[in-house]
Design a protein around this ligand. Structure first.
Ligand code: COA
Length: 445
């Protein structure tokens, strides 16, 4: 069976950044350690006044197409995943295609375009749709462009303000991919939950603490479902475990739970037992409360063991590096986690071709999905070509007062006139509204 998966990847960060420990925490009267250590985000990427989900998505897509020498005829499908859409009817993919058509010869008139919604999960669902379309033989030799793009902004004063971010990830899905091939096996954990939602409002209603519990519960369900088709997982089966990363602190919790699950009944549990005992089994306890207390005790000890910490440093830490520098990109976040890990492998000279990743995606509302990926021979060249450092280092540092202005400029309820902080060059920009209240864009040389 021909491999299908991610052939090329590109990101576009919002061009502004807010230093959370140094700038945001003091203004809120909070301890910087909450951000640097607890939540784990140093900088939030934010969009300049001429940036939005369309410009970031189109700019990432253009970079990817140029690098690979692609023209519109090579693309049979454009799917945008977002939870920041500004239109309930016209999909963002049409805007992005319009932008791209203004700079390329040819058009996307014969490409199928759509928009996917399931909170942060829809980026992965769009990759899946593309995979299925290619596997079904309906692609006529063409590739799919999947663009996950979001401005993760929260209302001022909301606890979620601490985990904001803005950016886009463009991915080319094709046969014989250069970066990773996707597994046919998948696991789902899905339930009607009210942890994070935007009922016809720009900024989310979030129950942050509940969203942590729902994330963990659905992820665990998805892992069990995945194991039911792919067999038991073992910590050594996968070189990295990229998870959806709303903030690195969330992944820290998920990793500990996941490790407990995948080491149960293995030689790892036995080896750990010498120091911290075997994992508690429910049947050995008189009540659910006693059992849960024993689990909490076991987890507290587990996270202090050398064996767990070494696994975390090898398999998890590399996945959250970019997230700690950009914040939450919602639909793009798990794809940023994968890219982060692959970049770390380049830096540390890790040979990856043929190795496996276990990818855990999540969307509030809520659903988790887990699948495996096999790294392909061309991964190094493709990943090395993404100018992540240049983009992250090139961001404009906002003062707190400037941050307040930028937030207002993107608030749909406010009408403020704020000058751009950066100068656009060689990119698509938002220029204002047209006669039917459509958003308008142009390419700036
Ligand atoms: N030094 C070190 N760590 C500190 C600290 C300090 N000075 N102060 C706080 N912390 C830790 C806390 O212990 C906590 O870590 P823990 O959960 O492991 O205990 C973490 O920093 C956050 O602190 P907390 O007081 O819980 O922050 P908060 O009440 O502002 O809420 C979120 C944090 C993440 C819940 C909130 O920002 C939020 O709701 N974000 C959006 C969540 C989201 O996107 N959910 C949907 C997607 S899954």
């Amino acid at each position: 069976m021909t491999a299908v998966g991610i052939d090329a990847i590109e990101i576009r960060t919002g061009k502004l950044r807010l230093d959370l420990p140094e700038t945001f925490a003091p203004a809120k009267g909070e301890d910087p350690g909450k951000y640097a250590k607890g939540i784990g985000i140093q900088y939030s990427s934010l969009p300049d006044v001429y940036e939005d989900i369309v410009t970031m998505g189109a700019n990432a897509a253009r970079e990817l197409m140029d690098r690979r020498g692609l023209v519109p005829d090579d693309i049979g499908r454009i799917d945008v995943a977002t939870e920041s859409a500004f239109d309930n009817s016209k999909p963002v993919s049409t805007y992005i295609a319009g932008c791209l058509e203004s700079v390329y010869d040819g058009d996307f008139h014969h490409a199928n375009k759509g928009e996917r919604k399931f909170a942060c999960l829809s980026g992965t669902q769009s990759v899946d749709d593309a995979y299925n379309w290619i596997r079904a033989g309906r692609n006529r030799g063409r590739a799919a462009l999947v663009i996950a793009t979001d401005t993760a902004l929260y209302a001022r004063g909301d606890p979620g303000e601490a985990t904001q971010g803005a950016g886009a990830v463009a991915m080319l899905i094709d046969e014989d991919p250069n970066i990773v091939a996707l597994s046919t096996e998948q696991g789902y954990g899905s339930a009607d939950e009210t942890d994070f939602l935007k009922p016809n409002q720009q900024f989310p209603s979030v129950d942050g603490k509940r969203s942590i519990q729902v994330y963990l519960a659905r992820m665990r369900e998805a892992l069990e479902d995945y194991e039911s088709v792919a067999g038991d997982t073992h910590p050594d089966d996968f070189v990295y475990f990229p998870f959806h990363t709303p903030y690195p602190g969330m992944v820290r919790k998920a990793a500990l739970l996941g490790y407990r699950h995948i080491t149960r009944n293995t030689e790892v549990e036995e080896a750990l037992a010498e120091d911290i005992g075997m994992q508690p089994r429910e049947g050995d306890y008189g009540s659910r409360e006693d059992y849960e207390e024993a689990i909490r005790g076991y987890m507290d000890e587990l996270k202090e063991t050398r064996r767990y910490q070494e696994w975390y440093e090898r398999a998890i830490d590399p996945t959250v590096d970019i997230s700690g520098q950009v914040g939450n990109w919602y639909t793009g976040s798990v794809h940023v986690a994968r890219l982060s890990a692959l970049r770390a492998a380049i830096e540390n000279d890790v040979a990856l071709a043929g190795e496996k990743l276990l990818v855990g995606s999540y969307g509030s509302g809520a659903q988790a999905e887990i699948h495996a990926e096999t790294v392909q021979d061309g991964w190094h060249k493709e990943v090395d070509a993404v100018d992540v450092d240049q983009q992250l280092d090139g961001r404009y540092d906002l003062s707190f007062e400037e941050y307040e202005l930028v937030h207002d400029a993107h608030n749909h309820e406010k009408e403020v006139d704020v000058d751009a902080f950066t100068q656009p060059s060689g990119e698509f920009v938002f220029t204002g509204w047209g006669r039917m209240n459509e958003r308008r864009y142009e390419y700036v040389e």
